[in-house]
Design a protein around this ligand. Structure first.
Ligand code: PMT
Length: 423
């Protein structure tokens, strides 16, 4: 289980509590498991342990100040928020929990927690009376409802001499809970192919038709599928995003190139997720020279591009296919139509258009998932979080489908593809 932490980037927040000395052990054990660790200390934490201790244990500089002129564009909190795969605050004092609940950003750790969309876990440590105070209980309830994970606290003898609940959980337990956040194993052993980004359809040497897709949704899905234990191939149109760790990426430009790249990889794909905004049409000819501004009107003939999603499903019916639907009206109606017309297993429908908060190029999105027997609303959230939820639903439906296929006459096995293509 713990190899799940290998190469993971863990941001450890240390706040003002006597348990701060145990955070050194957390750093040591995380590194033992192959994780890279960066530590942020609050001012109060430095009263208990020196930054030098964590610098030596983590092998990285320790971060303390919100306004750091050495950080790129003086925005250290954003850099750190982007760097982390998960944030663990251990120990988390009563004061820290209260400030987190309020959404304050008055020190580096608070600002990073606000700016990040990766899993955030807290390991409370305080006197048992402080832990059971209604104010702390209320803070914890609100934080949990927002998705903050709480590890502990445990019960036992406390530094102040009292006995009760409030001790920080032991470092080995914290690490084992943290490991559970990665690689759920829901897609272990499966090959997932994701398409992402826009396509560009050339008109002449300098012009093309395209759309506003940034690739963020597809890249987040590729990352979430890796976390779920899958082998992931990502075929992307032109975007400026970094390849998620362990993902095998192939870049393409046009819809035809994306089609060719997908078909070349399909042989052992178990799950296909079409997030790319593929151009439906392309100019019938690409002119060799730049079009000149001579005529009052210009007519361009467009011809249809191949439909990647439909073709994948036709040729590989055993592959679990998820299509996206980008709609500006009647979301559910068009999603159901697409599910039927493209004969796929699931459609993830999202609103796009001028007044929409999610969709193209946004860091957030909301999805209505529809499949033949049901549907599920996934409300507005970060694309990273949404991708994890989507992957979890896809895994559930994948296994339901395979279970029923295996119990029926027409037995299909993982990785076994039945080609209906006669060409
Ligand atoms: O990239 P981001 O900025 O993060 O934005 C994400 C997104 C809005 C692009 C994404 O969430 C999304 O909605 N992607 C699908 C966009 C789209 O092209 O939808 P569509 O309704 O036109 O196509 C339906 C499905 O058919 C899609 O799965 C598409 O990949 C697929 N398709 C379409 C045309 C074609 N020739 N081949 C295809 O495979």
């Amino acid at each position: 289980m713990l190899e799940r932490l290998s190469n993971k980037r863990i941001l450890l927040g240390v706040t003002g509590s006597i348990a701060a000395y145990k955070a050194g052990e957390v750093v040591r054990r995380l590194r033992e498991q192959g994780a890279e660790v960066k530590v942020i200390m609050t001012h109060a934490a430095t009263e208990f342990v020196t930054p030098m201790t964590f610098q030596a244990l983590s092998g990285n500089p320790v971060y303390e100040h919100l306004l750091d002129t050495n950080a790129e564009a003086a925005m250290g909190h954003i850099e750190l928020a982007r760097w982390a795969d998960a944030i663990l605050v251990a120990p988390a004092s009563a004061d820290f929990l209260a400030r987190l609940r309020l959404g304050r950003a008055d020190d580096l750790l608070m600002a990073v927690c606000l700016a990040s969309d990766v899993p955030l876990a807290v390991a409370p440590a305080m006197n048992n009376k402080m832990w059971s105070d209604p104010a702390t209980e209320d803070n914890i309830r609100v934080l949990r409802s927002r998705g903050v994970l709480t590890f502990g606290p445990d019960s036992g003898e406390q530094a102040c001499g009292d006995t009760g609940v409030g001790r920080m959980q032991a470092p080995e337990l914290l690490i084992s809970h943290l490991a559970e956040l990665f690689e759920t194993g829901a897609l272990a052993g499966l090959h997932v192919l994701v398409t992402a980004g826009p396509t560009r359809e050339a008109l002449d040497p300098v012009r093309f038709f395209s759309n506003k897709s940034s690739g963020k949704m597809g890249f987040a899905i590729a990352r979430a599928a890796i976390e779920a234990g899958a082998r992931v191939t990502l075929i992307s149109g032109p975007v400026s995003l970094e390849t998620p760790d362990s993902v095998q990426r192939r870049d393409v430009v046009s819809a035809q190139e994306m089609y060719d790249a997908v078909m070349a990889k399909m042989e052992d794909v178990d799950i296909f997720i079409g997030t790319a905004a593929v151009a439906d049409y392309r100019p019938d000819t690409i002119l060799a020279q730049k079009i000149k501004k001579t005529d009052e009107n210009l007519q361009i003939t467009l011809i249809k591009n191949p439909d990647i999603l439909s073709t994948v499903k036709q040729r590989y019916p055993a592959c679990f296919c998820v299509g996206f639907a980008a709609e500006t009206q009647n979301l559910e109606h068009y999603a159901r139509n697409k599910l039927h017309d493209k004969a796929v297993d699931m459609i993830a429908a999202n609103w796009v258009g001028a007044d929409t908060k999610g969709g193209f190029d946004s860091d957030k999105n909301a999805i209505r998932l529809v499949w033949r027997e049901g549907e599920q609303e996934l409300p507005m959230m970060s694309k990273a979080k949404l991708a994890r939820e989507l992957v979890s639903h896809v895994a559930q439906r994948f296994y339901v489908r395979h279970k029923s296929a295996l119990s029926g006459d027409n037995i299909l096995h993982f990785n076994q593809k039945e080609s209906t293509d006669s060409t």
